[in-house]
Design a binder for this molecule. Structure first.
Ligand SMILES: NC(=O)CCC(=O)C(=O)O
Length: 265
């Protein structure tokens, strides 16, 4: 098993034009590849603005769909493991907020449906993802040459037991496509990503979209790559950006050995 992997997050500005979003995602993924990335993560809803009324219009049913075929092709062309952020997935009569993962052959190797839907009633932010999406039911980790990678989406970050379950199943790296906002983002985003890294002694890849004040839901930005010691290894600003960091799995094993909290759980 290889002990080092160059991981990247592509923080892109999402527009209402799906084709343009895919083209831009392709450019940023190629930029990440030029910087050595072998594992690339996109944000939650990288294909469409984050808005309940739009999700059904952009939904795709595996294996058909523009975004799904784009993800598979770019993973194959660039020879990367690609965590395709998330997109609205349609199966039968139901929609899910789903992350699809492709391997360097372009083959689908994992599919995670967001378990904890974003239903909140804050003074300046009311959101009800459950009005359009069904919650997922399955915890997902997938194998890579560097060890197992777990998947969570955005609001899931607030539910530590999900992360602990991924770690029980062997996850060393956890990819979190997300889209925090200007209310909860400044207050909680970094704290949550670092907390989940700390309590699971895992690498966390928190992938956000770039901020766009003209969007119906203004994303916070500030994608993060955090170490098993909860250090921020890379932090994006609010605009478009590619983050790349080499993750050292021997270091992770050292942290878990020297501070053995997981085995006592
Ligand atoms: N899309 C989401 O799940 C947003 C989650 C969020 O902003 C939070 O505060 O949690």
């Amino acid at each position: 098993m290889a002990s080092k992997v160059c991981a990247a997050i592509c923080q892109l500005r999402v527009t209402a034009d799906k084709k343009a979003n895919l083209a831009r995602a392709g450019e940023l993924i190629r930029l990440a590849r030029d910087q050595g990335a072998e594992l690339v993560v996109l944000s939650e809803m990288f294909v469409c603005p984050y808005a309940n009324h739009l999700f059904p219009l952009y939904a795709e049913s595996f294996p058909a769909g523009e975004a799904l075929s784009f993800l598979s092709s770019v993973a194959r062309e660039e020879r990367i493991y690609l965590v395709g952020g998330s997109l609205p997935e349609k199966e039968g009569d139901y929609l899910y907020n789903t992350s699809f993962v492709f391997d360097p052959e372009g083959k689908l190797i994992a599919r995670y449906r967001k378990i904890h839907l974003f239903d909140v009633d804050l003074p300046h932010l009311r959101y009800r993802e459950s009005e359009v999406f069904q919650p997922g039911k399955e915890v997902v980790v997938f194998p890579t040459p560097w060890g197992k990678v777990g998947l969570a989406i955005c609001f899931d970050l607030r539910f530590p037991s999900l992360f602990r379950e991924m770690v029980r199943r062997g996850a060393k790296i956890i990819a979190v496509p997300a889209a925090y906002n200007l209310i909860t983002g400044p207050a909680h985003w970094e704290l949550l990503v670092r907390s989940r890294a700390l309590d699971n002694q895992a690498y966390l890849l928190g992938a956000a979209p770039a901020r766009d004040y003209s969007a119906p839901y203004v994303a916070f930005g500030h994608s993060l790559i955090v170490s098993p010691w909860a250090e921020v290894l890379a932090r994006a600003g609010a605009g478009e950006e590619v983050l790349t960091v080499t993750l050292d799995l021997d270091y992770l094993e050292r942290v878990r050995r020297e501070l053995p909290v997981l085995i006592k759980d």
